[in-house]
Design a protein around this ligand. Sequence first.
Ligand SMILES: *Cc1c(COP(=O)(O)O)cnc(C)c1O
Length: 715
Amino acid sequence: MNNHNVSMEFPNLPARLSGLADLAENLWWSWNPAARMLYKMIDRQAWKASVHNPDKMLRDLPREVLEAAAKKPDYMRYYDLVMSRYRKYMANRSCSFFPGAGGSSPVTIAYFSAEYGLHRSLPFYAGGLGFLAGDFLKECSDLNVPLIAVGFMYPEGYVNQRISESGWQENVSTRLDRNQAAIAKVLDADGNHLIVQVPVVEPPIYVGVWKVEVGRVPLYLLDTDIEANDPWNRGISARLYTGDLEQRLRQEIVLGIGGMEVLEALHVKHSIVHLNEGHAAFALFERLRDRLQNGFSKEEAFINVRQTTVFTTHTPVPAGHDVFPFPLMDKYFRDFWPSLQMDRDTFLNLGVHPEEPNKGFNMTAFALRLSGCRNGVSRKHGEVANRMWQGLWAGEAKEGAAIDFVTNGVHVPTWIEPKMELLFNKYLGPDWQADHDNPYLWELIDEIPDEELWKTHVWLKIKLFNVIRERARQRWTNDRSHPSVALACGTLLDPSVLTIGFARRFATYKRADLILQDEQRLRALIGSQQQPIQIIFAGKAHPADDPGKLMLQKIFNAARNPDFNGRIAFVEDYGEQVAQYLVHGVDVWLNNPVSPMEACGTSGMKASLNGVPQCSIPDGWWLEAYNGENGWSFDGGHIEGLRDKIDADSLYQVLEGKIIPLYYQVNEDGIPTGWVQVMKNAIKSTAAQFSARRMVREYVEKFYSKAARFTTEVA
Ligand SMILES: *Cc1c(COP(=O)(O)O)cnc(C)c1O
């Protein structure tokens, strides 16, 4: 059921370099700097022009350039070295710590998620949930956890952000060119694109299947934008989280039920299902149906599905939990419940939240009921989720916490900046990456001379500012917009000034504008002669979220306002690439959600790993990570109505009293040694503990190993 013909796809590639094509089709290159270098060395400019996308670059480069590289002995030595590493990586399939991995009937986990944040060239994500899923796959690959993944291809998924002169977010949709990314068509036995019909739904919906290789983990993407479908059906997978409720329901039917059908068509054996958030929970109906068809009694089927299903809930924000009105459910599932030997009420009751019984079918309630392994994504979020959903288990004996937790982590090879990585190589030893979840290793961070760490950081800061200025220059040149727009984009930023970074989705609970609460007090900090600060913002509001867009407008207008001295900047089009530059290059990472709405938060982990300490409200992961020396915590308390004001007050206090003085306190060589100590503490306390490696191991130990004991031949 594979594959593509390399020479047809990359006609300019000489045979001696054919490995570059294999490598381009596997995202392994994206988290291995040596592999990225292999492309960059051929032609730096072309690499940049492709936005670091080898697939596109190999298509665009003329044959002469590629042939010239193949004639350089230095290049070829390096090529052979990297290719040998890649081949070794792909050949190794043993997983030492998951008992289900080996043996005669190995256990495979099918992982379902509506979004994946893997790389800028694959725009299948909206925010944190997607990056969590992407990092999860990469780490499962690195650890050899036997996992396959299912998701959506969103052909119009990518919404570029452009801020108008009035500060209003405009969305520019760009269609994904499926030929210019590391996505391959999955072919059927006759060599045609594999098309699968989603069971049960009438009139029928068809999905085309694509595949992304994430190291050793395959990710199958469902695509409804194919000839076989009528226009309404074609649009099902057009974009993430459509606002139209019926289309949204159809999306989730395709992802869950269609996704299971695709695995069957591919003959992919799997015996554990892990649902990353409730969007794909309809897969569990398919699991029940499979068991009933295989002779399980109804009770046995329920028990076994529970034993082998893992469900992760990701947010306490109500809008994050889909609820479908019963009439809509009737329309699509009328023929389904008989196949589960159920009547309508029994079927729909599986998704009823006891506190809102008339609202409809709640995907989270349903997933929680049918999953034996349930978790939130930080200790605090576990507690909150238990309170939120306790009604589901009323009257049942409590066997410990009904909802456990596994705190999120980030994929270290993806988020470590290459220059920082070299510095770690020097002081932690060249093998530190292989051992990065060993907490003792990170004690060695203190061996790095302050000056070296500081210089590396300043270098990254300047790199960030160069990128921001280049983007501002392009906006200025292309759009002929008012000069204040170019200034708001960050033209006047100064690398010698303490720089605060705030970048995330503009969901209102994240309160991007909190620091603007008291403009006068902020102006004093920004305008200080001796110890000024500056702030860089980035983030997208959901296209339907007007309150979020208003918040963004407020910030953009502040950035344009000369009263703020050109020291507030808004960087357009926040995505994986902008995130990389920001988490590596600012001085402090700011996080100020309304607690406890930030179930975990991960951008602060990416920053801390690179020596950018976080200043945060005590919420999500920060409650587990903050130790008094690795960043800052501030909290005004929870007085309704005054909350923003007093939280902002306490933010100004921590800035004025702690952060600013420490940053500007330098030794005779100009090194802020106290500050560098906080940077080191940030790295030490987060690199192992908040890595995706620690996280994946925990999922295996807590859930996959347990579920593996109950697996059967039936998926
Ligand atoms: C890490 C990341 C996020 C998630 O950040 P939070 O701290 O959870 O808000 C969102 N978007 C991008 C591009 C990221 O890299």
